[in-house]
Ligand binder design. Structure first.
Ligand code: F6R
Length: 262
């Protein structure tokens, strides 16, 4: 696993964007795995700068969001579909027809999950998956004890996650849905490359458990340890609990030039 400790959240966003841009440079019709929440916003802002300056063209790329709430009113601004439209499709000039979000309003949710898995497979799989991590170690909405082999399915959100996400619902915990559709850990692990971003001290324990703790369903983010091409980009605050921080800094300082991404 590549672990990079960066001075601040902005640098994390720029580094994530550089990795995604490198994938798209090599494959202009790349399939991007898209995360929502606050963690990826810096990456999307940095990608936007590249798109606006003409250095990056995402018009042929396609995308799949990681997750979506179940049961929000159609068109709700808290839905991840709305977030993806506002933060990704529009500003990054991606073709909305090529960007999918799980259908949390589907009449048959199980069929919607199976359909989503099929769509990812039919697109040729995800080339680079951007991830955040929850304070309880979740990735996507795979809460602790999610099966490491899980596929896209319906999950019940934990109280911790609902409390953390109430800030997107004007602080109203009751308004946060109880259920969601999320890509499974098995689905996420099939992406060719994973890029996890984390900022702030609230994420420090989860980052350390995922990177340096045992591989366990209790810390879903620890499945990154199974992936052959996983990068973790953290700011100083999110790196605070890493025991081998000095080694990660040493590794980056001595990185061979052919390994650098910018
Ligand atoms: C969102 C997602 C979640 C978030 C996580 C962190 O698509 O997959 O795993 O990445 O809940 O949320 P933030 O970034 O808001 O702290």
């Amino acid at each position: 696993m590549e672990i990079v400790i960066l001075p601040d959240a902005q640098a994390v966003g720029r580094a994530a964007a550089a990795r995604i841009a490198a994938v798209v440079r090599a494959k202009p019709d790349a399939v991007l795995g898209l995360s929502t929440g606050s963690s990826p916003l810096g990456a999307y802002a940095a990608l936007r700068e590249r798109v606006d300056s003409g250095a990056l063209d995402l018009s042929r790329a396609s995308g799949f969001a990681l997750d979506e709430y179940v049961g929000l009113p159609a068109g709700s601004e808290q839905s991840y579909a709305a977030t993806i439209a506002a933060e990704v499709t529009g500003p990054l000039r991606m073709d909305p027809a090529r960007v999918r979000v799980p259908d949390g309003g589907a009449h048959d949710l199980e069929a919607a999950c199976a359909d989503y898995e099929r769509a990812i497979r039919d697109a040729g799989g995800v080339d680079v998956q951007l991830l955040g991590i929850g304070a309880n170690g979740h990735i996507g909405f795979n809460e602790p004890t999610s099966s490491i082999a899980s596929r896209t399915r319906i999950k019940t959100l934990s109280e911790r996650t609902r409390e953390d996400n109430a800030r997107f619902f004007d602080g109203d915990l009751e308004a946060v849905p109880l259920h969601c559709i999320t890509q499974g850990l098995g689905t996420i692990l099939e992406a060719r490359r994973l890029v996890l971003v984390a900022q702030g001290e609230a994420k420090a324990a989860a980052v350390a458990a995922a990177v340096e703790g045992p591989l366990t369903a209790m810390v879903p983010g620890s499945v990154l340890q199974l992936h052959p091409a996983a990068t973790v980009l953290v700011d100083e605050a999110a790196a605070a609990d890493l025991r081998l921080a000095d080694y990660y800094r040493w590794t980056v300082a001595n990185q061979p030039s052919w390994q650098r991404v910018d």
